[in-house]
Every structure is written in structure tokens, then in C-alpha cells.
Design a protein around this ligand. Structure first.
Ligand code: ADP
Ligand code: XUL
Length: 522
């Protein structure tokens, strides 16, 4: 059998993973990340994004194209026989949207393999930037959408989530009203995921239900665009959106551009999904059971769900699972970047940050922080602000512990609707390499925390999805259990177990945290 390639086009970086499958023998052949700021300084991003004014956060789609091209070149230069890559899929940061002009499809189909990709993509953009998930400038648009569809609950039952600032509907509505001419010139609106897949196949790729559910536009049960949400968002929206196709759809063949420029073969390109749905697969969460935490730019908690059940507090989301069925997710905007703010404020590196965590007592002597350096998604806090309780801002060790404990307690509290009790948490994302942070998670959740061997579960999940869809396309009735086998087993050397004393401390503290959080967030 062959090789399968997965990508994760995330907030700060693009990662690629190549897996090899020969019968029952499975291995990771290659894993590599390109950091957007460092590799593409000409786009002027800071941690992958641009923020021209507070609350408005965008990224340049041409940079993502440049990164895809650079990575394809890196893969081709590895000494791997890239013609053995049978299928490719990927994951994109969720919610972000890319606006293309009429004529884009023609250019995509005839890319000049002598020229770099980004300079050929730039002229196709009806909007030079893509609003991304960190944007929180669309509260008015969310209100309008909610009242047009009949309230929070009606919208959540229809699309899987109440209206959220970062979701694509609110972002499209804002753009269509603020820049009507550019909107009129927009022929196709892609998610990051379907945009990246389009670059690979040289034509417009579909959206799949995992990532489509992050738009507030898709009927979650039917996997169709929901007319009432389209009408409430922008005129003639449906003709601008790609079709929705099941997750395992082969979107097309790798276009001649990649074959001629880097020597790839005619690999099958499978619909891309969102980074969280892809991590669900990469962490092996096919059926309901374990929960996952992803400690990337955002922190997320998620798990598979057989039926769509909504968060009674209204702060969680139901997305499609790329394995069929659903996934539940809660997202926190103040994840890694907030930890970095505290780390940098006290002049620490990650080792110093971890040492402070080791040296401070569980429960922090009652000192607490609400680390809302930017507007928070969960709980909804539109105005940023860091709040301290019994915590001296000059006390570095206690501030380090306070942020990690607060993040862990918020994750616990706001994931109860997904799983009231957890036995094992599967961890991924950049900060999952930090054992001291994971130990706090284990103690607060009263659960074991494990990692899988590859560092990027979203990118691995994409490679596994490529394999699964390729087998189905060949007529093999492969199950998801067979597809993930050998890749998503827990790395036992990473297992952390909760300490009974710490669990007891956090059981009490969680109630105090909850009261503190709601007294400030309202
Ligand atoms: P994304 O996929 O959202 O672009 P990643 O999952 O790659 O992000 O995570 C990047 C983040 O990981 C960085 O912002 C950094 O704060 C965090 N990180 C990396 N190493 C460590 C560490 N040792 N301890 C804590 N956080 C870390
Ligand atoms: C999920 C969310 C983020 C992005 C970026 O709803 O907004 O996790 O997917 O990773």
C-alpha cells in the first residue's frame, strides 16, 4: 500500500505528516511544521495574524498558499518517493473565510508551474484578508442573525451553535454590509479548509460537515445550507458557497501544478476539515468516551457524540465528526497566548514557567486569576481584562500557577455538558509538551492525561482521513477503528495520573472558581 499526507493549516503554523501503511505495519515517515511569522516575514503577521484594530483579527490567505507551496517543496526534497502518496487531506483553523473573484476557478485550473503559487493566488482574492477565529468584532451581526432566526436556542438547534462573533455567518454579514462592492464581486466564499483543498485540486473544493458546522449557516442534521440563516446573513449567499459533501469525499486529483513543479503523482485529495474535528480523528476519538484537550493557540475541550445534545449554558458547540455523527466542543480564546503573556511578563522561558508550577502548592493558597487578556469566548467576556483575587501581581510563581489553574478549571467547568465524569483526557497542541501544565489538567479533571506519539494530532488525523477515504474509494469497507489502528494509541510514557490530595483540593476550589468567574463575567 502507500503513503498518505495530512496537513494542519493552523493559526500560527502549517504542519505536514506523512504516514506509511503496509498491511498491518504503520508508521509516521515525516512530520514538519513551518511557523508563519518566521518563515514568511513579508506578510507582517504576529503569531500568524494581523490585528489592525482591537477586536478585528485577520490573516492573509496568500501566506497560507505560500506555506502550502513551501511545505510541498520540503516534502519533495525529503528523499521520499512522493509518487507513492496515494491521498492527501488536511485541516484548517476553523471559522476563517476566504473570498474569491469570478475567474478564480479558471486560474486555479491553469496555474503556471514555473511560478510561485502565492503570486498567482493574490489576484484572485476579492478581499485580501481572511477574518479568523480570534476576531470578535461582530457582536451586532450576531444579534441580527439571532433575532432573524428566532433566538439563541433556535439557531443552536438548527446549526449546532448560537451566534458567535468568530463564526463565518457574522463575518460574512459584516463584510457584505461594510464593503458591498467587494461582496458583489465575490464569486466564492471558502473556509480555510476548503480554500486549501482548492489550491491542491485546482478547482473549487467542497465544505464538509465537520468544519461547515462552524459557520452558523449549515443545517446540522441535514448537512445542507439552512435557508433562514443564509437569508439573514447576506444577499445571494448560497450561490457563493461551495456545496457541502460528506467528510470522506474525494474532492479531486492533485492538480498538474504540483505534479510538474514538485514531482508528485496524481494523488486523491480528500475534503479538508477543521483543525479540531481533525484532531478528534488523530486522537482516536471515534466513539463517545474519552475527552480531548487541545492546547494550541486556542485551548479547546472536545469529544465525540452520537446525537447532537446542546450545551444548556449556550457556550459550547456541536460540530460534525469527520467519522460521522457529531462532536461537542468548547473553545477558550485565552489559551497559549495568555500563558505566553504571563511567561513573558515575568521574564521566564517555558522551563522557568514549569519550575514555578512545580514550586507552588496545589490550589495556590486560594489565589486566583481570570486571564482574559483578549475577549473571551467561554465564558462570553466581550471586554478583555485580567482579574486577580488574593494574588499579588508581582508574585511570579503564584501568577504562573494561577493562570494554569484557572484555565484548567474553566475547561472542567465548561465541558461538564460534554462529559460529567472523565477517566482519560487525550492531549495535543503545542503546550501539551509541558508535563507540569498537563499535571494540573489531570488533577483538576480527576483523570489520567495521555498524549499520542506524534505531536500534531490534527495533521495526523488528516493523513488518517486521507487513508480512510482512499480505501473507501477503492471499494474496501474499512472501519474507523481499522483506519486509526496503530497511530492513535496512548504513549504510555506520557501518562500522568491525578494525585488524590490535589483532586480533593480542586473539588472545593472549583466551586470558588465558578463563583469568581460568574461574579466577573456576569
Ligand atoms: P496552533 O496549532 O494553534 O497554531 P500549536 O498547537 O502549534 O498552535 O501551539 C503553539 C503554542 O504552543 C505556542 O503559542 C506556545 O505558547 C505553546 N508552547 C510551545 N511549547 C510550549 C511549552 N513547552 N510549554 C507551554 N506552551 C508551549
Ligand atoms: C474552535 C476555534 C479554534 C480554531 C483555531 O471553535 O475557534 O479552536 O479552530 O484552532
Amino acid at each position: 500500500m502507500g503513503l498518505y499526507l495530512g496537513f494542519d493549516s493552523s493559526t500560527q503554523s502549517l504542519t505536514a505528516t506523512v504516514i506509511e501503511i503496509r498491511g498491518n505495519a504503520r508508521r509516521i515517515l515525516f512530520e514538519h511544521s513551518l511557523d508563519f511569522d518566521a518563515a514568511f516575514p513579508e506578510y507582517g503577521t504576529v503569531r500568524g495574524v494581523v490585528s489592525p484594530q482591537p477586536g478585528t483579527v485577520t490573516a492573509p490567505p496568500a501566506m497560507w498558499a505560500a506555506a502550502l507551496e513551501r511545505m510541498m517543496g520540503v516534502i519533495a526534497a525529503q528523499g521520499l518517493d512522493v509518487t507513492r502518496i496515494r491521498a492527501i487531506s488536511g485541516a484548517g483553523q476553523q471559522h476563517g473565510s476566504v473570498y474569491l473573484l469570478a475567474g478564480a476557478e479558471r486560474t486555479l485550473a491553469h496555474l503556471d508551474h514555473h511560478r510561485p503559487l502565492a503570486e498567482q493566488i493574490q489576484p484572485l482574492l476579492a478581499r485580501p484578508v481572511s477574518p479568523v477565529w480570534l476576531d470578535c468584532s461582530t457582536t451586532a451581526e450576531c444579534r441580527a442573525l439571532t433575532s432573524a432566526v428566532g433566538g439563541d436556542l433556535a439557531l443552536a438547534e438548527l446549526t449546532g451553535s448560537r451566534a458567535y462573533e468568530r463564526f463565518t455567518a457574522a463575518q460574512i454579514r459584516k463584510f457584505a454590509a461594510a464593503e458591498p462592492i467587494a461582496y458583489a464581486n465575490t464569486d466564492r466564499i471558502h473556509l480555510v479548509s476548503s480554500f486549501m483543498a482548492s489550491l491542491l485540486i485546482g478547482s473549487h473544493a467542497p465544505i464538509e460537515p465537520g468544519d461547515g458546522a462552524g459557520m452558523n449557516l449549515m443545517d446540522l442534521a441535514r448537512h445542507e445550507w439552512a435557508p433562514s440563516t443564509l437569508d439573514a446573513t447576506a444577499p445571494e449567499l448560497e450561490r457563493r458557497l461551495p456545496p457541502i459533501r460528506e467528510s470522506w469525499t474525494v474532492a479531486g486529483e492533485l492538480s498538474p501544478y504540483w505534479q510538474r513543479r514538485y514531482g508528485f503523482g496524481p494523488a486523491q485529495v480528500v475534503a479538508w476539515t477543521g483543525d479540531n474535528p481533525s484532531a478528534l480523528i488523530g486522537l482516536g476519538l471515534i466513539e463517545a468516551g474519552d475527552l480531548a484537550i487541545s492546547l494550541g493557540t486556542s485551548d479547546t475541550v472536545f469529544g465525540a457524540m452520537p446525537r447532537a445534545a446542546h450545551d444548556p449554558s449556550g457556550s459550547g458547540h456541536v460540530f460534525g465528526s469527520p467519522a460521522g455523527g457529531y462532536m461537542a466542543l468548547t473553545c477558550f480564546a485565552n489559551g497559549s497566548l495568555a500563558r505566553e503573556r504571563v511567561r513573558d511578563e515575568y521574564g521566564l522561558d517555558w522551563e522557568g514557567f514549569s519550575a514555578r508550577l512545580r514550586d507552588t502548592p496545589t490550589g495556590n493558597g486560594g489565589a486566583m486569576m481570570l486571564p482574559w487578556f483578549v475577549a473571551e469566548i467561554t465564558p462570553f467576556v466581550p471586554n478583555p481584562g485580567v482579574h486577580r483575587r488574593r494574588l499579588d501581581p508581582s508574585d511570579a510563581p503564584r501568577n504562573v500557577r494561577a493562570i494554569v489553574e484557572a484555565q484548567a478549571m474553566a475547561m472542567r467547568l465548561h465541558s461538564r455538558w460534554i462529559a460529567p465524569e472523565v477517566t482519560t483526557l487525550r492531549a495535543t497542541g503545542g503546550a501539551a509538551s509541558n508535563r507540569e501544565i498537563l499535571q494540573v489538567m489531570a488533577d483538576v479533571f480527576a483523570a489520567d492525561v495521555v498524549r499520542i506519539a506524534p505531536s500534531n494530532a490534527a495533521s495526523l488525523g488528516a493523513a488518517i482521513r486521507a487513508y480512510h477515504a482512499d480505501r473507501l474509494a477503492e471499494g474496501e469497507q474499512i472501519t474507523w477503528r481499522e483506519a486509526i489502528a496503530g497511530f492513535t494509541d496512548a504513549d504510555e510514557s506520557s501518562r500522568l495520573t491525578p494525585s488524590p490530595a490535589a483532586v480533593e483540593t480542586y473539588t472545593t476550589l472549583l466551586r470558588e472558581y465558578e463563583a469568581f468567574e460568574s461574579s466577573v463575567s456576569g
